[in-house]
Design a protein around this ligand. Structure first.
Ligand SMILES: NC(=O)c1ccc[n+]([C@@H]2O[C@H](COP(=O)([O-])OP(=O)(O)OC[C@H]3O[C@@H](n4cnc5c(N)ncnc54)[C@H](OP(=O)(O)O)[C@@H]3O)[C@@H](O)[C@H]2O)c1
Length: 251
């Protein structure tokens, strides 16, 4: 039974992925701050015949996160797969002093992912096997208007995981960067704008689980968003600025 630790497992993509991987035979370690939600999810997984344990912890607190990972590993076994999924976002228009909000996103989306990887990597290196994955976003492929903090935090994770992938592959450890488009979760339910190709968290979880089973380097979906954002990476700045300003007016 593979042991999978998932951060940000209390709601949204993380919760749906925990259910999906538990159905596929993984023992799942659930990490987030809200203990009551994690307890409910763990009970749901156990009632369905799966194995789950949880630890309520803030991923921005490195020592606490490491202790939580040790505790989950002592209950479930050494971590085979980490999905560093915990993250958050808020608009940060450059005209509205974005410093505090950007710092907040760096803490959760960047440091939180890094600390989770740091907590499992020494054990994986010792065992010469394992798999680390992070939920980044297509929003990291280019700087989106009014989203300097979110876009840059996700670009950091994607780039960091590319380097990890190259470093770790010869050591028997896979690294996967996950780039969802718009997924229906508490995070996006706050959005007041139209979200193209919005997908359920359950469907996203199935796509992510399929990609993780294949140890893919990159899982980017839905396919329409994959094409659009890869195209966006190729166009010159003047054309990107023109198109994105028209597509996202006033954001
Ligand atoms: N929804 C989308 O369209 C979309 C698209 C691309 C990428 N993503 C990424 O997918 C990931 C999951 O997002 P979601 O859409 O599923 O949002 P969500 O439902 O709001 O889930 C976020 C999860 O992260 C946890 N979390 C937040 N801050 C934390 C902290 N400091 N310490 C520990 N856990 C923390 C939350 O749990 P607690 O509050 O209980 O701690 C929750 O479980 C994020 O990294 C997000 O950026 C989402």
């Amino acid at each position: 039974m593979p042991v999978t630790l998932i951060t940000g497992a209390s709601t949204g993509i993380g919760a749906a992925l925990a259910l999906e991987l538990a159905r596929r035979g993984h023992s799942v370690g659930l990490i987030a701050r809200r203990a009551e939600l994690l307890a409910e999810l763990a009970a749901q997984i156990e009632q369905a015949g799966g194995k789950a344990a949880y630890a309520a912890v803030d991923v921005t607190r490195k020592d606490d996160l490491e202790a939580a990972v040790r505790e989950l590993e002592s209950r479930l076994g050494p971590c085979d797969l980490l999905v560093a999924n915990a993250g958050s976002g808020t608009p940060t228009h450059a005209k509205k002093n974005p410093v505090a909000d950007i710092e907040w996103m760096i803490d959760i989306n960047v440091r939180g992912v890094l600390y989770a990887v740091g907590a499992v990597l020494p054990g994986m290196l010792e065992r010469k096997r394992g798999h680390v994955a992070a939920v980044s976003s297509v929003a990291g492929f280019r700087g989106l208007p009014a989203h300097a903090g979110y876009s840059a935090s996700k670009a950091y994770v994607t780039t960091m995981f590319e380097s990890f992938r190259i470093d770790l592959r010869p050591l028997g450890i896979a690294a996967t960067a996950i780039h969802p488009g718009y997924i229906d979760t508490p995070l996006t339910r706050k959005n007041k704008f139209y979200m193209p190709w919005l997908m359920s968290a359950e469907k996203a979880a199935r796509i992510i689980a399929d990609g993780l089973e294949r140890r893919k380097a990159e899982i980017t979906f839905p396919w329409q968003m994959y094409l659009l954002m890869h195209f966006a990476r190729l166009v010159p700045n003047w054309l990107f600025d023109l198109l994105i300003t028209r597509a996202a007016p006033g954001r």
